[in-house]
Design a protein around this ligand. Structure first.
Ligand code: ATP
Ligand code: MG
Length: 567
């Protein structure tokens, strides 16, 4: 599938190769991997995927597609304490929804536990690994600092047979958690802390979602990750910058084990303004009920974005648009919202909806009469044609579209003024009706019967056009207006003694009533609409035929497009 399905004008042009594409091009040219390109996306199933993961998926899978290669989905399931089948299932669903098909290439690091164990024995036999009895605290205390060497463990020089025996007894469950670990024997005075005899295996007496009770020792991420890449013949192992300092260790394992040399390339992880991307913190929001679940439409998770009304194309477009960087930076969330608008503009069906209704009576329109007017379904897809919208003597307009005492720049309805009702007639406000407290309850207007499409004055110009719906045909719906979940650009910037949750936006969800015209009730969840002049909306899975629920994806105001136009 093509990455970039709805590029605007400027994106259509070929962009130059990013630094990863340059490396791969050079590797192909110098025949490093026999021309082969094979990438993978390696999530740990300890949470739902978020927009940062989407970036990694699009990057890894996009590279494979670009270079006619293959990509794997691999679950890095080496920690039984945090991993759950629910997460495995959700990850597969989300990757598929993004539009990627790993075919039969679905793997689990846990499938490699036997090989990893044999390879650990191989390292023991080469005197490159040893069983250590120090506690986690002691190991960390003896590791030294970047400027001061670490101390060698007193167990470092155990002989091969003793190590093999202890390691196998670790596996058999003879020891308690924390009693022993297996460590690589590298260099306690290396300037790279990751080379100071890192732990390869620890004892965890816990069942695993796939291997059950078979194991009570589990490989660390650092020992399992690179080896899993090698086993799968991954040519280019793309990961985020924090793993750059781990690369010498991964290369050391490859050399000592004499296995396939996957090449690790690091890029800067995606950070988004007004958004947190830590799975741990997202989990906290879910557990503590700050959001309704992983799929709350305010969450930066893929499932949340989907429910919010994002399309896979908009997310892939965003991922491509932000490119790959070598240095950490923060992307403006307005660009993500812009990506949604770009795609929804092409896809969303137009309807008129009124969120804050003001009744308007057209006094010269015959009582008991109604008619239909033709409304465009989507101006970007003229082939879809038009939809019939009922019009009658009593309509609702948006309260904000009327001002009793309009300022200079307000061109919409006011006493004595004319506006066009979209797809219908020009009306003139004759009278404002108020209740005893002075609140406006109704407008009385007259219409000009010759201004409808097809009639002589159809093209008569007025300063403004507003949307409306016919009151007898109005159907009440629930509308969920979402705003950013955090008030601060950097949610982690919380000040002394407070954390990211103190920056939660108390008004990130407003539930209100809205009115749509009858005729679009046969909704399916995720159906997408543009409420004309208001924003993009998506039918929520909570919708019932008698009570449709719409989520606002984004408003129509494009802060990102504006800010780039101004530059
Ligand atoms: P954890 O702290 O649990 O490891 P993680 O976000 O790194 O969290 P993984 O499941 O290990 O989660 O991530 C899978 C892949 O997605 C990794 O290759 C990781 O580098 C990449 N990834 C994670 N977050 C981002 C991000 N914000 N931007 C780009 N890639 C990301
Ligand atoms: Mg990770």
């Amino acid at each position: 599938m093509a990455m970039n399905e709805f590029p605007g004008k400027e994106e259509k042009e070929e962009r130059s190769l990013n630094f990863i594409e340059q490396i791969i091009t050079e590797d192909i040219r110098s025949d490093k991997t026999g021309g082969r390109v094979h990438t993978r996306f390696p999530p740990e199933p300890n949470g739902y995927l978020h927009i940062g993961h989407a970036k990694a998926i699009c990057l890894n899978y996009g590279l494979a597609e670009k270079f006619n290669g293959l990509y794997n989905l691999r679950f890095d399931d080496t920690n039984p304490l945090t991993e759950e089948v629910e997460y495995v299932d959700s990850i597969m669903e989300d990757v598929r929804w993004l539009g990627y098909d790993w075919e039969e290439r679905l793997y689990y690091a846990s499938d490699y536990f036997d090989v990893l164990y044999e390879w650990a024995e191989k390292l023991i036999k080469k005197e490159k690994a040893y069983v250590c009895d120090l506690s986690a605290e002691e190991i960390s205390a003896q590791r030294g600092t970047p400027t001061r060497s670490g101390m060698e463990s007193p167990y470092r020089n155990r002989n091969i047979d003793e190590n093999l025996d202890l390691f196998s007894r670790m596996k058999e469950g003879e020891f308690k958690e924390g009693e022993k670990v297996l460590r690589a024997k590298i260099d306690m005075s290396s300037p790279n802390m990751h080379m100071r005899d890192p732990v390869m295996y620890r004892i965890i007496h816990a069942g695993h979602h796939r291997t059950g009770d078979k194991w009570c020792i589990y490989p660390t991420y650092d020992y399992a990750h690179g080896q899993s890449d090698s086993i799968e013949g991954i040519t280019h192992s793309i990961c985020t910058l924090e793993f750059e300092v781990h690369r010498p260790l991964y290369d050391w394992f490859i050399r000592e084990l004499e296995i396939f040399p996957s090449r690790q390339i690091e890029f800067a992880r995606l950070n988004l303004s007004y958004t947190i991307m830590s799975k741990r913190k997202l989990l906290q929001l879910v557990r503590e009920g700050h959001v309704s679940g992983w799929n709350d439409p305010r969450m930066p998770t893929i499932t949340g974005l989907r429910r919010r009304g994002y399309t896979p194309e908009s997310i892939r477009y965003f991922a491509d648009r932000i490119g790959v960087a070598k240095r950490n930076n923060v992307i403006d969330v307005a660009l993500l919202e812009h990506s949604a608008r770009e795609d929804l503009n092409k896809k969303a069906v137009r309807v008129m909806a009124v969120l804050n209704p003001l009744k308007l009576i057209i006094t010269n329109y015959p009582e008991n009469q109604s008619e239909t007017v033709d409304a465009v379904i989507n101006p970007e897809q003229q082939e879809l044609g038009k939809r019939k919208v009922p019009f009658s003597r009593e309509i609702f307009i948006e309260r904000e579209d009327f001002m009793e005492d309009p300022p200079k720049k307000f061109f919409r309805l006011g006493p004595g003024r004319e506006v066009r009702l979209k797809y219908a007639y020009i009306i003139k406000c004759e009278k404002v009706i108020k209740d005893s407290q002075g609140n406006i309850t109704e407008l009385h207007c007259t219409y000009d019967p010759l201004t409808r499409s097809g009639l002589p004055d159809a093209n008569r110009k007025v300063k403004s056009t507003i949307h409306w719906i016919s009151a007898p045909h109005a159907k009440e719906v629930e509308v969920r207006l979402f705003d950013r979940l955090f008030l601060k650009e950097d949610p982690d910037d919380a000040g002394e003694g407070r954390d990211f949750k103190s920056n939660l936006n108390p008004d990130s969800l407003k539930i209100t009533k809205g009115y749509i015209s009858t005729g679009i009730e046969s909704l399916r969840p995720f159906d997408k609409f543009q409420f004309e002049r208001i924003g993009y909306f998506c039918a929520d899975p909570d919708s019932a035929p008698e009570k449709p629920v719409f989520n606002r994806t984004v408003t129509l105001r494009d802060a990102w497009a504006r800010s780039t136009q101004n530059k």
